[in-house]
Design a protein around this ligand. Structure first.
Ligand code: PHE
Ligand code: ZN
Length: 882
């Protein structure tokens, strides 16, 4: 239990700060058992808040105040107030200099927020509110200041000393210590501050910007990772070029640095000029990283780089506006990844992820709008809704403005707000002004939570040659929002004739034709679109590219879906049709399983999969996406009340049946793709590996000795981690104990010194739906390579188990829930952010049967009753039980 309730903060209470901080001079003295932070702040009264001098209330947590001086006069203890979160003082003039020294203990900082040690190095993480754990400050994004930072540390242990901006001076100190001073010319909020001190090697390259400036590019890593930085560096250069070409954005400082650290709560952080990365998002080498990991590095490097404009040059006024930078930047990085690889495959991946995860968030107790209107702990709002749905919202704006209009809008946004801290409204306003649009109603996407439903119906009038498309939208209630208003939903669509060709689109109330593909703007709760001049009954291809994050229904027959899966000229919607068919088939099978009836396979699925497998024109990556069944998590999300045992059984049975029915086709394609080839990382090879390994997963279900032997061979002989790991996954999920154990042992022997590779080894086992999952996970936690203080390890073992291993996590005796609650309670005191994130599966308790609901609630109650509950965990658990 908490002794006092943490406070809720509201967007409507926003007001400007009473003071600004023009200059921030920091000096860090780093030692093994503590650090001293000396800060000198040039503070000014915010004139807009009036003339009278209010108290100056600085944020600060877990700090030891050593000294405090105002205009060089040391303040006596009775002239200021200290509480757990603030330092309050009473200035005598509108402009003054404040000098503060605090003492902190980075070596004991397990929350990984503020200044902490990861391995042998010092590093920082200040977003969102970590700077207040370093020194007393106005730790809010609308206070932007010019930072100068000096770092002093032992030269032997910390030869590399970094901070934001440009290096301006360095030198020696007594007793083997040295120092370096960095100056950042761009005013920034404290959340973008960074410092690194460590024994790191440097990988260097350069980039010439569009205006001809040479930028020094640096990646700093621990010496053993030197060979694993090439891909990140290439990705960085491609991102820099892309942002110039697509958004006209040029890099501003003369140096850009990335540092990889092993202990990091998130993926990476966009600190000005000094990005700090979870090593999992920087390091990639074909021997140690899968193709998926390569893609992740590319997209995270791009994401953080793109923040230099969307986040740093133009930042957020307050944390309710988080999606201003995150939604926009996710949108930018997905555009980039789409341009670098296959845009359709990237879109399929993003949509799959959104539906299985963000839709579930939007339907649960933590549901919130893209721009939340209240929070207890901002760290809990780095969510799929703010990031992924936020990106969808920007994507819809892109669709509504068109690519050129969108670019005009972003140009205006960057020009108008460079150097400012602004709001989502400012972003939309720039798009409106640049395009002469009124987006008032569209903006409801920022304030309304929940996944809208879009119910579509079609009516063919043969006599009139008219197709009437009726759209009905609604949105289920979410916590605190019962009445929902209609949204603006851009619907990209086409009409197909009986050959699958797109028909010309003529709307009854318009003069010109709309060509063969159009975007309908649905703005009302109910709306009718009438297409005229049609020679035959069309089959609509709707919501192409998933043009809005909604749950759309249309009364397609299964034959319609088969037709669309084979013939829709739009690649995304071909995949969508196959997915929807699979979902429908699986939902039918779940009902059969629950009734204890035998599971009968719909031959139409076999038919679609066969035609896809044998279509030489299809990108192999697309084939892989199409024949991958919807995930258990997505089936859970779609269910009113999820029967996880039935879902698991149905999915496994269906996979086995498909593998059997399509054995010859799958084997032929797999054999063709399995011809040994030198490893290359290009998109075409990635696509072939993706299909090959998806097929291996199916073929292993035949339990044929030959295939198992081939899988073992692939495991041993693979010349890259993608193929090796895929073989390991197939073995771990198979009943072949001997081969499985041999492979696991060999893998651990070979990679024990590579933490990121061992993360793979952990998560493959933790996620395996084979029986005995909980016992397996408990054993993994005893492994010497496991460490509860390392977030990557927690994610690989506890996270993979609770989020991906649904049958084992939800075992009927509730032991999985108890296990997760134990970990959350332990982590609550070590690392509250990670503890709160692990809560997600328990927040979904309403999805399950009454027995499981009771067991999950019991664990939530137990967490709620824990002593010293962090605000992070308290917020999630209290909202879950509300
Ligand atoms: N701002 C980071 C990103 O999206 C994410 C992050 C948030 C990292 C909070 C650390 C802490 O790129
Ligand atoms: Zn981001």
């Amino acid at each position: 239990m908490r002794t006092e309730q943490p406070k809720t903060i509201y967007l409507k209470d926003y007001r400007q700060p009473d003071y600004w901080i023009a200059e921030t001079h920091l000096t860090f003295e780093l030692f093994e058992d503590h650090a001293l932070v000396h800060s000198r702040l040039a503070v000014q009264r915010n004139a807009e808040q009036g003339k009278k001098l209010p108290p100056l209330v600085l944020d600060g947590q877990q700090l030891q105040l050593i000294s405090l001086a105002l205009d060089d006069v040391e303040l006596s203890e009775d002239s200021y107030q200290l509480d757990a979160d603030h330092l309050t003082l009473h200035p005598g003039s509108a402009e003054f200099e404040l000098a503060i020294t605090t003492r902190i203990e980075p070596q004991n900082n397990t929350a990984l927020e503020g200044l902490y040690k990861s391995g042998g190095m010092f590093c920082t993480q200040c977003e969102a509110e970590g700077f207040r754990k370093i020194t007393y400050y106005l730790d809010r994004p609308d206070v932007m200041s010019r930072f100068t930072t000096t770092v002093i540390a032992d030269r032997g242990d910390y030869p590399v000393l970094l901070s934001n901006g440009n290096p301006v001076a360095s030198g020696e100190h007594e007793a083997g210590r040295h120092w370096a001073t960095w100056e950042d010319p761009f005013p920034k909020p404290a959340y973008l501050f960074a410092l690194v001190a460590g024994d790191l090697v440097l990988i260097q390259d350069s980039f010439t910007t569009m205006s001809g400036r040479d930028i020094d590019l640096r990646i700093y890593v621990e010496p053993e990772n030197r060979e694993q930085c090439g891909h990140a560096m290439d990705s960085l250069k491609r991102s820099m070029r892309w942002d110039e070409e697509v958004y006209g954005r040029e890099y501003d400082l003369d140096i850009f640095m990335i540092v990889a650290v092993n202990d990091f709560n998130m993926g990476a952080m966009e600190n000005k000029g000094l990005n700090i990365f979870n090593s999992s998002c920087v390091l990639a080498h074909p021997d140690t990283a899968t193709d998926l990991a390569f893609q992740r590095v590319e997209s995270v490097v791009a994401h953080e780089y793109f923040h230099n404009w969307s986040g740093n040059r133009v930042t957020c006024r307050d944390w309710f506006q988080l999606s201003l930078k995150e939604g926009f930047t996710v949108f930018r990085d997905s555009q980039f990844s789409g341009d670098m690889n296959s845009a359709t495959v990237k879109r399929i991946e993003d949509v799959t992820f959104l539906r299985a995860n963000q839709f579930a968030e939007d339907a649960g107790p933590m549901a919130h709008p893209v721009r939340p209107d209240s929070f207890i702990e901002i760290a809990n709002f780095y969510t799929l809704t703010v990031y992924e749905k936020g990106s969808e919202v920007v994507g819809m704006l892109h669709t509504l403005c068109g690519a050129d209009g969108f670019r005009k809008g972003t140009d205006l946004y960057f020009e108008r707000h460079d150097g400012q801290a602004v709001t989502c409204d400012d972003f939309v306003k720039a798009l409106e002004d640049a395009n002469g649009l009124d987006l008032t109603r569209f903006k409801r996407w920022y304030s309304q939570a929940g996944t809208p439903r879009l119910e579509m119906n079609g009516h063919w009038d043969a006599n009139a040659g008219e197709f009437r498309l009726l759209c009905r939208q609604s949105c289920p209630p979410t916590p605190g929002q019962t009445d929902k208003q209609p949204l603006v939903i851009p619907l990209r669509m086409a009409l197909l004739d009986s050959q699958g060709a797109e028909m010309s689109l003529q709307l009854a109330d318009e003069t010109g034709s709309r060509g063969t593909e159009t975007v309908l703007a649905i703005t009302e709760a109910e709306q009718l679109f009438v297409f005229t001049g049609l020679r035959e009954e069309p089959l609509p291809s709707l919501l192409r590219g998933f043009s809005a994050p909604v749950k759309m229904t249309y009364p397609y027959s299964r034959d319609d879906r088969v037709f669309l899966a084979k013939h829709d000229p739009d690649g995304f919607n071909r995949w969508e049709a196959a997915q929807a068919l699979a979902v429908e088939v699986m939902q039918g099978l779940v009902t059969m399983a629950q009734a204890g009836r035998p599971l009968m396979l719909d031959q139409r699925m076999v038919d679609v999969y066969r035609s896809v497998l044998n279509n030489p024109e299809l990108d192999p990556a697309m084939v892989a996406e199409i024949i991958r069944l919807p995930s258990e998590a997505y089936m859970v999300e779609l269910a009113e009340q999820a029967d996880i045992d039935a879902i698991h059984k149905v999915r496994e049975t269906l996979r086995a049946e498909l593998a059997q029915a399509l054995h010859d086709d799958m084997l032929a394609v797999w054999q063709r793709l399995s011809v040994p080839q030198p490893y290359t990382p290009d998109a075409a090879s990635v696509a072939r590996r993706s299909l090959k390994n998806t097929l291996l997963g199916y073929l292993m279900l035949s339990e044929s000795e030959e295939i198992v032997a081939a899988c073992v061979r692939q495991f041993i002989e693979a010349n890259n981690m993608t193929d090796r790991q895929a073989a390991l996954v197939a073995l771990v999920n198979s009943p072949f104990e001997e081969q499985k154990q041999a492979a696991l042992a060999e893998f651990a022997r070979q990679w024990q010194d590579y933490p990121l590779v061992m993360d793979q080894w952990f998560s493959v086992q933790a996620a395996s739906g084979q029986p005995g999952g909980l016992e397996r996970v408990q054993a993994l936690m005893q492994h010497p390579a496991f460490n509860l203080r390392n977030p990557n390890k927690v994610r690989a073992v506890v996270g993979a188990f609770a989020n991906q291993n649904l049958v084992n996590f939800h075992r009927l005796d509730g032991a999985g829930y108890g296990f997760l609650a134990d970990q959350i309670i332990t982590l609550n005191s070590l690392n509250p952010q990670i503890a709160a994130r692990l809560m997600t599966p328990l927040t979904r308790w309403r999805k399950y049967d009454p027995a499981r609901q009771a067991l999950m609630q019991e664990q939530l109650q137990r967490i709620m009753a824990t002593d010293d509950l962090s605000a992070d965990v308290y917020e999630v658990v209290s909202k879950s039980l509300a």
